[in-house]
Design a protein around this ligand. Sequence first.
Ligand SMILES: Nc1ncnc2c1ncn2[C@@H]1O[C@H](COP(=O)(O)OP(=O)(O)OP(=O)(O)O)[C@@H](O)[C@H]1O
Length: 272
Amino acid sequence: MAFVDTGRKTGPKPIAAGEVLLEVEGISLAFGGVKALNSISFDIRKGEVRAIIGPNGAGKTSMLNVINGFYHPQHGRITYRGELRRRQRPDTAAAQGISRTFQNVALFKGLTTLDNIMAGRALKMNVGFFWQCLRFGPALTEEIEHRRKVEEIIDFLEIEHIRKVPVGKLPYGLKKRVELGRALAQEPELLLLDEPMAGMNLEEKEDMSRFILDVREQFGTTIALIEHDMGVVMDISDRVVVLDYGRKIADGTPDEVQKNQDVIDAYLGVQH
Ligand SMILES: Nc1ncnc2c1ncn2[C@@H]1O[C@H](COP(=O)(O)OP(=O)(O)OP(=O)(O)O)[C@@H](O)[C@H]1O
């Protein structure tokens, strides 16, 4: 029987740059008596660098954990690509194009840079376990394609010199870069970065800022990041949402939020 191409394409509908990619509405999350997030709403637009900032304990990491399905909020909803998300797990979020890095580097310390980034391709592997074990036929073709993609990322992040080095032996700044590489190996549409510059010196921060902007430029990736360094936030973000004690206190351009009195007070620790 012949199949007729009706011209109808399946798969997710394209979202144009500047359109809302992800929307969180009225998200509340509590751990026992601790209200980590209190009715938080904001959106992330396709192609932007969106910063989430706030003092310690404001709820930033909890927010990322809700977005990637690690925590399930008691109230509120999340819409991704215009579709309401049901209770979701991190692996299903990743399969939909949402990848993340962690505040404390989470890599396989005994594996090389190359193998860690290759591990990020696991989600993209289509060939069954049987063929993978044989490393033959379709598995070999697929592995060559994955290696090509991984080499492209290694080249992009300028880490050729450490491709065979076990990541446990790398300085912190390079570990963070490898972690970014592993997240990029999933070819995410939305990349969540939890404090990508934490513990870095000025030069490393400048490098990481450049890579983040290049990721957006080269791959069209939308980026949401948590960052404590205000200079970095103001330099690379298009829009900033500010949390304090689990509440949203400001949302706007870097210029707008840094002039906002509630934001200034939150950072100075002023009691209301
Ligand atoms: N798994 C958990 N169990 C209990 N309480 C938690 C848990 N995760 C976060 N919290 C609490 O929720 C609140 C928000 O924490 P969260 O880590 O999201 O803040 P943050 O803004 O990321 O802080 P930091 O900048 O210090 O990383 C804090 O009071 C924290 O103690």
